[in-house]
Design a protein around this ligand. Sequence first.
Ligand code: HEC
Ligand code: HEC
Length: 277
Amino acid sequence: MIRRLVHRRAWLPRRVRIAVALVCGALALLGLAGPGTQGSEGAAATKLDAAEGPVGSSTGAPPDQGLVREGRRLFVDNCSSCHGQFARGIPDRGPSLYGAGAQSADFYLRTGRMPLPEPEAQPSRKEPVLTEGQIRALVAYVATLGGPPIPEVDIAEGDIAQGQSLFAENCSACHQILARGGIVTRGVVPDLLGEVTPLDVAEAVDIGPYVMPTFPWLSDEQVNSIARYVEYADDPIDAGGWGIGHLGPIPEGMVTWLLALSALILATRLIGERTAP
Ligand code: HEC
Ligand code: HEC
């Protein structure tokens, strides 16, 4: 009798062990079914009623000559070491700014990417060293070299569900479906949360900063939707359950597997019997 007790690990009555095993098995199955690839099915829902007004402007007005002169002066002091005295570019230091336009100057300056500390560095977002007034002047100067104006974007015109599917198709391979960022071969992909504005999205899509491609096939309406989805991704609705920090499908899958595996191992240990040596 004593030997049987030892072998059978009778620290739990048989019925309790079966019940526990069944619960663990059910948990394991649930775990394998998973929390869904994303907690973002709710994206289709329209929680986002924040209808920010149009941001940015494309001034068709003639340039203010005083502002352009000020911009030219700032350019020579801060930018010409890489972009050249006349903004025609210097090989291995900085590209020509002919055709970059107000859009690109606005994006690179407002997000603190320019002036770059050194020519090989990845231009990353930081607090701008230039004041708003200086940025306006530099943008006015770069605009005189030709190129696209600052775009209009209105997320109230956008549709989150359309934005999500466009983002999944065009952007998530680098930025991750909930815009948490990541790494690609030649650079760091930033997250698009917090201070990233709808205007930043519209500009980036058209410029393709650093290793990011451009998306000439996206219409203004589609860009509004993407920008709206990016705002939504700041604070997504986790309709599918626990969001696991919105780290994306791979960590979510890992957690699923680990939970399911632990439950399965526990279940096997509880039902299993050790054979006497
Ligand atoms: C091939 C990878 C790749 C793809 C695809 C891509 N991006 Fe990017 N994106 C980047 C990288 C890298 C940067 C950082 C660029 C830099 O250093 O200036 C970036 C920067 C940005 C920024 C600026 C963020 C900031 O912090 O200032 C926005 C906005 C953006 N991307 C939006 C998008 C959108 C919207 C799409 C899809 C339409 C997209 N990206 C597709 C790689 C990518
Ligand atoms: C240390 C060198 C360096 C300095 C200084 C610098 N830049 Fe740049 N700039 C670069 C490089 C390199 C790139 C290309 C970045 C990229 O691929 O995203 C660039 C890109 C740009 C672009 C985007 C061009 C395009 O084709 O869209 C603009 C606009 C720009 N710089 C403006 C400025 C302004 C204005 C200043 C001065 C306030 C400045 N830069 C200072 C090196 C520099």
